[in-house]
Design a protein around this ligand. Structure first.
Ligand code: DQA
Length: 149
């Protein structure tokens, strides 16, 4: 397993409520459902996944900082509302050398104007929005394909 690809999946605030939070926008799958399906896909691809969710900006930053030195090759991040507000998360990601993929369940570009700006996109190598939980799968596939590259 020493050469297995290590990927951190980071979920931001309120994503712990998936399944019951505005299901018309975010779907009926829970975060546990999403993580379990993604883990199955990762296992099949020989990828080691670490999932973390936090409602706290500083905890997300701590997780990104830890990823700089623990062998993490890529971060798949749904920063949720911090997408649109957090220079601090952008700065943390700028200090991470690996691949960064930004994922949004909803298509933020057809929602309120304030959702159409992302600080994280200034760093992200790829951005996926509007595919629901499939967006995480597409992100993982992209990370694996980039390594195979
Ligand atoms: C979100 C979109 C954000 O604008 C929102 O604040 C979220 C979730 C998404 O996954 O569609 O919490 O990141």
């Amino acid at each position: 397993m020493s050469d297995s690809l290590k990927v951190l999946v980071l979920h931001g605030p309120n994503l712990n409520l998936l399944g019951t939070r505005q299901p018309d926008i975010y779907g009926r799958e829970t975060l546990a459902d999403i993580n379990a399906a993604l883990t199955r896909r990762a296992d099949a691809a020989g990828v080691t996944l670490d999932h973390q969710q936090s409602n706290h900006e500083g905890e997300l930053i701590d997780a990104i900082q830890a990823a700089r030195t623990d062998g993490t090759a890529a971060i798949i991040i749904n920063p949720a509302a911090y997408t649109h507000t957090s220079v601090a998360i952008l700065d943390a990601l700028n200090a991470f050398d690996g691949t960064v993929i930004e994922v949004h369940l909803s298509n933020v570009h057809k929602r309120e104007a304030f959702r159409q700006h992302s600080y994280v996109s200034l760093r992200a190598d790829g951005v996926i929005a509007g595919l629901g939980s499939q967006g995480y799968h597409a992100a993982l596939d992209a990370v694996v394909a980039a390594r195979a590259g």
